[in-house]
Design a protein around this ligand. Structure first.
Ligand code: 4NP
Length: 150
């Protein structure tokens, strides 16, 4: 299974999603490839936000090997599943698709654990207290991904 986590900047939410998903897959002995990207390019090459690094570290997950990159069209062929954090990421990705096969790979990540609710993982960038909440939501969603695809 090849999974790509996508948010806007690829420094707050999707690096956490990548770290959590990798951690869970490794714990289960699964040979999954997990990556992340942002629909925007502003932070390309940067480390995850220090607040994401901190909350991951608190849960025993090291995400400091990650560097931000922008989502590219070829990701739609190179990955099996593409998880968007919010509706605007979802729409930006869908706009880049060429066919139904690519479209079928794209999902809002919270629909994994809360099917059909179309919930958003809130962007924590501008506040300071959203990171633990984002972690908890992504932990729940990634657990559901494991259950659904193993
Ligand atoms: P992310 O958060 O999409 O979860 O990585 C953001 C990071 C940076 C910006 C917006 C959201 N920004 O506008 O620079």
């Amino acid at each position: 299974m090849k999974i790509l986590m996508v948010c806007l900047g690829n420094i707050c939410r999707s690096p956490l999603a990548e770290g959590i998903m990798k951690h869970k897959a490794t714990e289960k002995g699964l040979d999954w490839e997990v990556g992340s990207a942002g629909t925007g390019s502003w932070h390309a090459g940067e480390l995850p936000d220090s607040r994401s690094i901190e909350v991951a570290d608190k849960h025993g997950i090291d995400i400091t090997d990650q560097r931000a990159r922008q989502f590219v069209k070829s990701d739609l062929d190179n990955y099996d599943l593409i998880f968007a954090m919010d509706a605007s990421n979802y729409q930006d990705i869908i706009r880049m698709t060429d066919n139904e096969n690519q479209k079928g790979k794209v999902h809002l990540i919270m629909n994994m654990s809360r099917p059909g609710m179309n919930q958003t993982v809130p962007d924590p960038y501008w506040g300071n207290d959203g990171f633990q909440n984002v972690y908890d939501m992504l932990d729940e969603a990634c657990e559901a991904v494991l259950e659904k695809y193993t």
